[in-house]
Design a binder for this molecule. Structure first.
Ligand SMILES: Cc1cc2nc3c(=O)[nH]c(=O)nc-3n(C[C@H](O)[C@H](O)[C@H](O)COP(=O)(O)OP(=O)(O)OC[C@H]3O[C@@H](n4cnc5c(N)ncnc54)[C@H](O)[C@@H]3O)c2cc1C
Length: 422
């Protein structure tokens, strides 16, 4: 590394935010250096969307912002300047065409996240960004409230007029996103909102989930109770794992559940396995099935109502012997079965771990960052973009759009800031 020449902009991290920020800063005329601690750019980006990269979403601006909860307001300015249409046009210009799928999710047409990373990295370099892999940044150097340099792990001081911190969150740490940026931001005076996992699988009490491990349920209704009060109702698909529950509707609501558990609330979920039938209609259906079942075993009849993996669990939790003949099932037992089908309960004991969340809630406090420029309100010349900020969106391409948009805005403004310094 050349330690003598000052850079206009140093970007830390080659994720979605860092690649976008570095390329934009360089195009805006800034001498830009992009530092990545791992041996390859965009390791997390290359595994997004099950390696297909859900780039963004077709949701309109208001709905889009709602997907980030109350913190979403912070994104108005960034989205106002560089949103989905600009993003897709940009990707088109670097050879990444895209297509919308179910749920408004937009993917590259070739479904290849590694290709997206490669094109972005190439684009940044083609536009004059100097890139260094194997280059972990350890420290931000601040003098008189102004960023002046970064210090690498091997103690090289690299002078610069501005820095964009794009170190990502603190999940899937094998990709390099180990939370370094939180520590660096805190050391120069920023507040870090406590880190929690979001879009994270949940652990449940007892052996039931393990017995159902691998089973995916579609078209169910999931109700979530905090201290016995219903707070969330969602329809869709969920999955049982050896430790608990996961799948789209569980992941989507996991952030709120994590926060409820954090403040000591008891959380349990109730699964309605037959949401299309109200109790009266389901009872009619059960009566018919039991009547037609006659001398069949209860477990045989259940095959017409439930996936095979659930039969033993159902018999166990309803206390109806699986070899009981259908015509011997009492009205009371039928009622138990009906209640269980409409209200299959599990106690949630916590998230799997921060590491296993798809995104990190918490991070650099948004109150200390100017949403118009992404510049720190504490350190002149320090900018932020991407997941290092206290922003966490739902699944569906929302998080990457936030990284692209904040990266774009930070790149433009860090360049302008540096070029204005004599
Ligand atoms: C499995 C998975 C799938 C996902 N799929 C999607 C999806 O399809 N769509 C979507 O919108 N979101 C998805 N997300 C979320 C999305 O990937 C992140 O929100 C997004 O990548 C954040 O981008 P970023 O640039 O802020 O950080 P990151 O992509 O995490 O990049 C941070 C970079 O900084 C580097 N770095 C860290 N510390 C240092 C240091 N000290 N010095 C130098 N470099 C450093 C890291 O090595 C890393 O390369 C997914 C997340 C996961 C885990």
């Amino acid at each position: 590394m050349n330690i003598n020449k000052p850079y206009d902009v140093i970007v830390i991290g080659t994720g979605a935010a860092g690649l976008m920020a570095a390329g934009q800063a360089s195009i805006a005329g800034a001498k830009t250096f992009l530092l990545e601690k791992t041996d390859a750019p965009g390791k997390k980006l290359s595994i997004t969307g099950k390696t297909r990269c859900n780039l963004t979403n077709t949701a309109d601006l208001h709905a889009f912002i709602d997907h980030f909860g109350p913190e979403g307001r912070f994104l108005h300015q960034a989205f106002g300047q560089f949103f989905r249409n600009e993003l897709l046009e940009f990707f088109n210009s670097i050879g990444v065409t895209s297509e919308a799928e179910r749920g408004g999710r937009i993917f590259p047409s070739n479904g290849d996240a590694a290709f997206v990373t490669q094109q972005l990295y190439q684009w940044a370099q083609n536009n004059g960004v100097r890139c260094a892999l194997h280059s972990p940044v350890e420290k931000l150097v601040v003098e008189n409230g102004q960023i002046t340099a970064v210090e690498t792990r091997d103690e090289q001081i690299i002078p610069t007029k501005s820095v964009i911190l794009c170190t990502g969150g603190s999940t899937f740490t094998g990709t390099g996103s180990t939370g370094d940026g939180y520590r660096m931001a805190q050391s120069v005076g920023h507040t870090i909102i406590p880190l929690r996992p979001a879009l994270v699988p949940l652990k449940t009490a007892g052996p039931t989930a393990k017995q159902l491990q691998g089973l995916s349920l579609r078209n169910i209704k999931l109700s979530v109770f905090f201290d016995g009060k219903k707070k969330i109702e969602a329809f869709g698909e969920m999955l049982f794992t050896h430790f608990g529950i996961s799948g789209p509707i569980v992941l989507t609501h996991s952030g709120a559940i994590v926060d409820a558990i954090r403040v000591g609330k008891q959380v349990n979920v109730s699964i309605d396995l037959k949401p299309a039938l109200d109790e009266a209609k389901l009872d009619v259906r059960l009566l018919r099935e039991l009547d037609q079942g006659g001398k069949q075993h209860f477990q045989t009849m259940l095959k017409r109502l439930l996936p095979a993996k659930m039969i033993a669990v159902c018999a166990d939790l309803t206390n109806i012997p699986p070899d009981r003949l259908c015509h011997q099932i009492t009205a009371q037992e039928r009622k138990h079965l009906l209640n269980w089908l409409k209200d299959f309960k599990l106690d949630v004991i916590g998230p799997l771990s921060l590491e296993t969340g798809m995104v990190t809630m918490g991070g650099v406090s948004l109150k200390e960052v100017d949403p118009k420029t992404m510049m720190s309100k504490i350190v002149d010349g320090l900018f932020f973009a991407g997941e290092v900020l206290d922003l966490a969106g739902d699944t569906g391409g929302f998080n990457l759009q936030a990284a692209w948009s904040t990266g774009w805005l930070a790149g433009q403004n860090a360049a302008a800031h540096a070029l204005a310094i004599k």
